[in-house]
Design a protein around this ligand. Sequence first.
Ligand SMILES: Nc1nc2c(ncn2[C@@H]2O[C@H](COP(=O)(O)OP(=O)(O)OP(=O)(O)O)[C@@H](O)[C@H]2O)c(=O)[nH]1
Ligand SMILES: [Mg+2]
Length: 289
Amino acid sequence: MALGVKSSTELLESAKSGDRRSLARLLTLIEGGEELVLPNVSPWTLGVTGPPGVGKSTLIGRLVSHWKGSGERVAVLAVDPSSPRSGGALLADRMRMESTDSGESVYFRSLATRGHPGGVSYLLSPMIDLLSFCGWSRIVIETVGSGQAETRVVAFADRVMMVDGPDRGDIIQAEKAGIIELADIIAINKSDKPGASRAAESIRASLDLSSSESVPEVHLVSAQNSIGIEGLVSAIEKCSSPPWRNRLRITERLISKWDSRLILSEGLDDVLDELETGSITLDEALDRL
Ligand SMILES: Nc1nc2c(ncn2[C@@H]2O[C@H](COP(=O)(O)OP(=O)(O)OP(=O)(O)O)[C@@H](O)[C@H]2O)c(=O)[nH]1
Ligand SMILES: [Mg+2]
């Protein structure tokens, strides 16, 4: 494949030595389906999800500042679910992120789901590996959590934080979407607003009821006023997932990969035609694909 002047090996060399343009090109190559050969890496990843507008980006901005201060290099991958609303919000996100970006130690990249019929979550694995290889020591994946696609996205991180607001309705939605199951930590943001501590209490109570083992910690924070951030960061740093949650994540990753393979497989249209006319069964269709 034509890579212009630089081969992917050269791009890797320069991305590793800190060149952002090379890193961006490599991420674009991965997005286009290119497979890069990388040595083994052990990335540090945090998935951040939660309903629209609860303050995920603002909170991530706080985490970024904290980590920058302790010498980490932080990369943020924002997965955009392609809705017109989030398109605009994403731009705002970017600006907010940039205000914390004072140079070499923060990298921000968005990943649009539009134009990826098989979803994008399976692309996260190689992207995370690349970022880690290039020396990014904290990798954060942000996605709006409202359904299964988002659950799949955060499943690619090794620790997951769910962010919620003072509104109980949002939490119920997250419970329905199964996102809470994947969360190691829950942050109730906007603690400066009325109702936030009640929301935190009510979610603690419902978590205690629903499970006896390894209930996620619930932290009350205000990203805007920078309250509770230190406690949250140290909880994130020391959190560990129980084996069942790791397994849940790995299952989601496998399903993502499987889905994308299926949707991107050659001859899908023909198989769908035959399914439509009833000339083959679903099992036969799967065997063919
Ligand atoms: N009162 C209050 N407002 C906050 C706080 N944190 C964020 N906000 C505001 O909430 C709005 C949404 O914040 P974002 O950080 O963009 O939220 P988000 O969850 O990333 O939004 P999407 O990515 O669009 O889902 C902005 O107007 C923020 O200024 C907080 O702690 N308290
Ligand atoms: Mg955001």
